[in-house]
Design a protein. Structure first.
Length: 287
């Protein structure tokens, strides 16, 4: 057990180091090349840097601003989400700040549209690696995870809307061209993140099977979710049949489908996207 825990911690740390490096290189090579704002507290940090440089000719440290902004969200995460989760998130914040301050970036292209699109993709990949390590990149991600844990809803699109307010301020102060391209950057990042990370997305399972008890036990064991059994009549053969109804996390669908097929190769499985549920739904807690 101890060896497994050490290996798990090593994998999480490696994912976070990789994510921090990718995020820092994205900031130095794509974001600053296009004068973009990446969203969240990273974007707010860069906006504060720009304001200080433009109006007062002061070069502020990225790390200093970013650490200060993340202090309160990190405290909320430590208290309400998970202690280990928060420590790994703080590691991500610290490493990203250090890498951003010390690494040298390079400009891959002068096309600002390509910068916005591929920078957004790289940003989403970095955040996804961090989330798969059961941590966040800080700032608004803390807020998103908090509301997802508390209310069981995805909040990435709401965070995107909040980021647009930051961009409106940047556009008013420094011009709308980069601000509008930053919206493309953030929209790309949000949609790619939505595709890569499915923890807070839910799907409904409708399963026609001759082995409902065995399949239900598998669903409960693997996901800790309940199911409801309906008895019906198949219209084609006019035979009695069983239908299990359950809602599970989208990240659990592939595993559950494979397990069901192992139990009953003839099972008919219908999966549907679930936009919202009201009532009890088990969400694996962060550590």
């Amino acid at each position: 057990m101890r060896k497994t825990a050490i290996l798990d911690n090593f994998k999480r740390a490696l994912l976070i180091i990789t994510a921090a490096f990718l995020m820092a290189m994205n900031i130095k090579s794509f974001v600053r090349a296009g004068d973009l704002l990446p969203g969240g507290f990273s974007g707010l940090t860069l906006l504060i840097q720009q304001i200080a440089k433009h109006f007062w000719d002061i070069d502020l440290s990225y790390s200093l601003i970013n650490f200060s902004l993340n202090a309160i969200p990190a405290f909320i995460s430590f208290k309400y989400i998970g202690k280990k989760f928060t420590w790994y998130s703080c590691l991500m914040i610290v490493l990203t700040g250090i890498f951003t301050d010390v690494l040298s970036g390079f400009q891959m292209t002068n096309d600002i549209l390509l910068v916005a699109v591929f920078g957004g993709i790289l940003n989403a990949c970095a955040i996804s690696l961090c989330l798969y390590a059961h941590a966040t990149s800080g700032g608004t991600d803390f807020i998103a995870i908090f509301f997802s844990e508390k209310f069981g809803i995805e909040t990435w699109n709401y965070i995107f809307a909040g980021n647009c307010i930051i961009l409106a301020i940047a556009g008013y102060l420094f011009g709308w061209n980069e601000a509008l391209y930053s919206i493309i950057f953030q929209f790309t990042s949000t949609q790619v993140l939505h595709a890569l990370y499915k923890r807070y997305q839910k799907q409904t399972l409708l399963i026609i099977t001759s082995k409902p008890d065995e399949i239900y036990e598998e669903i409960r064991e693997e996901t800790n979710h309940d199911a409801t059994l309906f008895k019906g009549i198949g219209c084609y053969k006019r035979q009695e049949c069983n239908m299990l109804y359950s809602v599970v996390g989208k990240d659990e669908i592939k595993l559950i489908t494979r397990k069901i097929k192992q139990i009953d190769p003839n099972a008919f499985i219908n999966t549907m996207n679930t936009q919202q549920i009201t009532g009890r739904f088990y969400q694996r807690p962060n550590d």
